[in-house]
Ligand binder design. Sequence first.
Ligand SMILES: Nc1ncnc2c1ncn2[C@@H]1O[C@H](COP(=O)(O)OP(=O)(O)O)[C@@H](O)[C@H]1O
Ligand SMILES: O=P(O)(O)OC[C@H](O)CO
Length: 488
Amino acid sequence: MTDTLVALDQGTTSTRAILYDANLTPMASAQEEFAQHYPHSGWVEHDAMDLWKTSRRCLAEVLKDARPAALGLTNQRETTVVWDAETGKPLAPAIVWQDRRTSEVCAKLREEGFEDEITSRTGLLLDPYFSATKLAWILDQTEGARAAAKSGRVKFGTVDTWLIWNLTKGRVHATDATNACRTMLYNIHEGRWDRTICDRLDIPMEMLPEVRDSSGDFGETTLFGAPLPIRGVAGDQQAATVGQACFTPGMMKSTYGTGCFALLNTGTEPIASQHRLLTTVAYQLNGTPTYALEGSIFVAGAVVQWLRDGLGVIENAADTLAMAQQADPEQQLYLVPAFTGLGAPWWDADARGAIYGLTRNTGPNEFARAALESVGYQTRDLIEAMHADWTAPQDTTLRVDGGLSANPFAMQFLADILGAPVDRPANLETTALGAAYLAGLATGLCPEPEAFAANWRAEATFSPEMDAATRDAKYSGWTDAIRRTLSA
Ligand SMILES: Nc1ncnc2c1ncn2[C@@H]1O[C@H](COP(=O)(O)OP(=O)(O)O)[C@@H](O)[C@H]1O
Ligand SMILES: O=P(O)(O)OC[C@H](O)CO
């Protein structure tokens, strides 16, 4: 059957492959978790071979009896891999997006006044989150790496590039614009690698991959029998934006997994944020980038994991629903989950988590409710910043996905605190869906974006029920909690 598509979603904690029919209905899937390595405080590493081996095994599993028309690839973003093109071996462990080891390098560059230069060229903030300083760190640690990179022997890639290299047995060294724009080395206005930044960080441009459209030709793999063309590539949050059919300026999606990433489509002109959001490429089709404003929150579903693994007050994430519903309405507890600092729009790496409003009656139910509410409050912070940066041509409803969006209490509170409706599709795996669609678009199996968007359906809509005075009072309490939590 060649009217099927396969998506590979290489995420932070697991790798998934999903087979779709021509209508993009999932038919089969495989998933594998892999080890997280924390060698020092603030460091997070993956074995790049684990990323490749789990990808290969998951694909092999779903491709046992299928011969899809194309493969779409999506991936955890910013995570940095450097490898020897002759041996195929990584030079060092992959440095994961969450890794903070280069915060001093970033602080030094900021003192030297380089941040404005970075932001105006890349749309990003100067932060260890992005690939550039991670790549410089690996080059600094490995003797001879810079010379080998100049000669073309040593290559750099985000996870997509590393997987494409392996899938094509070293024939293709490429990425797409949505992944390139997260490296802090890519000029989003010119659509190419930025020489000024590469020179400043002493990164040989010879080691950087070719940047292509998100839907197009990335070679083919012959590792699973008949040749399988790779025709779609996008970073996972951008793929979810595509999977949620946010193709019109003003449309927005928010994905609630471990963290939360909200992307607002702003059209074909990049909008420079005045409120510490990121300007990012949402997708690039036929050589034209469409941009988004992005807000990244590091702790969303992870606060629920903390209730389970840190506090031990729940057994399963879903337990939070009944507990939050039973929480004492008289108590107003605020939980600011700054476990690893605060992301957008605060970008405070030194802030740490805090709880406000404890009384003698506070128990696990109130903690569960505060944890779910923290996700809504943080989303409102992002959306306030987005509205302050840019006026959308029309109002659209926020589309949500990701594991935590399954929780109706959290989604109702989100609608209440935003004072705006929230739409949730039936298929919460929008990331893989977006990757499959990009591949299907390139092969002609899937319709153009307008027709794909017309087929998008909400399975549930959450409408605001909270009165304005309560909403304002609650949000003002949160704003106060944030003010008291910020480190400076
Ligand atoms: N019913 C639920 N209620 C609250 N949180 C949930 C629920 N189901 C899953 N989660 C949270 O969602 C996260 C998993 O979502 P997922 O999209 O699989 O994340 P990731 O791709 O980042 O691993 C976990 O942090 C988990 O705690
Ligand atoms: O792998 P996820 O779903 O946690 O997403 C990670 C993001 O791409 C990081 O920017």
